[in-house]
Design a protein around this ligand. Sequence first.
Ligand SMILES: Nc1ncnc2c1ncn2[C@@H]1O[C@H](COP(=O)(O)OP(=O)(O)OP(=O)(O)O)[C@@H](O)[C@H]1O
Length: 305
Amino acid sequence: MQLIGFIINPLSGDGRGANIWKEIETHLQMNQIPYVSKITQKAGEAKELAISIIQEHSVKKLILIGGDGTIHEAASGLAHLQKEGIHCSLAVIPAGTGNDFAKAYSIPKQPLQALNTAIAEKKKVQIDLLRGLNELIAVNSIGAGFDGMVAKLTNESSYKKYLNRLGLGKLSYFLTILRVFATYQPCTVWLEVDGTVHELPHTWLAAVANIPFYGGAIQICPSASPHDGMADIVIIQSRGRFRLLPVLFTVYQGKHTNHPAVSFYKGTSISLRTQKPLLIQADGEYAGATPLQITLEPASITVIC
Ligand SMILES: Nc1ncnc2c1ncn2[C@@H]1O[C@H](COP(=O)(O)OP(=O)(O)OP(=O)(O)O)[C@@H](O)[C@H]1O
């Protein structure tokens, strides 16, 4: 059997990552499955660990134990190597709070089932990537405005840790959405999609999606597909706060799409200028502030699902 590389974020899901790794490592040893592993020691490390584990051990399959933040970082490492002609498939054992990536690729929630899926390699897909400036890569989505603020405040909140311990991690995103909803001030954004500029006043949210979900299975962009060579863009505009309440309560099921405040675009080259700097999230991680420029890179990494 080929050597498998593992990267583990022990703190993902407030410690679930460490517990899952114990279970997985025992299983690997009992079944004499050859592996090498690296455990993240600090935030932002998974990219370098992915690069080093693949280069040092020539692994062709990398399994991540973590949440969307860990996948975000490691995918950036894979994309970097891909450009140098080094290919490695990516698999995931979900251990995070939101696990949107795992949901998008129907990866089992149960750790040993997810491991067996990764080992069996019955289905592999080439997925598109969203590439921003300064080596910013996203596999799920990049968003500015309301969702940038939600991602930052959720990751900084004490209730995320607490709710994770109760197995209610996804609720932490919803609580932050309510917090931000009460105070958010929309502004004008200029969205350019493949050369056409759209002036969009009173914009609350501008998100570029590669998969339908974010923020713990919110179906922000139900039509987004990581295999179509196109990025889907969702814009939410509203002069009044309370006009958006129906969107807030239907977006989890993806039933907000016909609401007049919501519009969609598709393209491969996207830029966003904003009346004031807006916070950016990339795969749920804080990624600076606008302006923003994104290019879709088709079929860039291989995911086992
Ligand atoms: N050893 C570590 N110490 C501190 N932070 C870490 C460590 N390892 C990884 N991180 C950081 O933890 C953050 C969250 O990781 P991850 O997204 O995997 O878990 P999560 O937040 O529980 O899940 P989700 O993104 O699905 O909500 C990432 O920004 C990552 O850089």
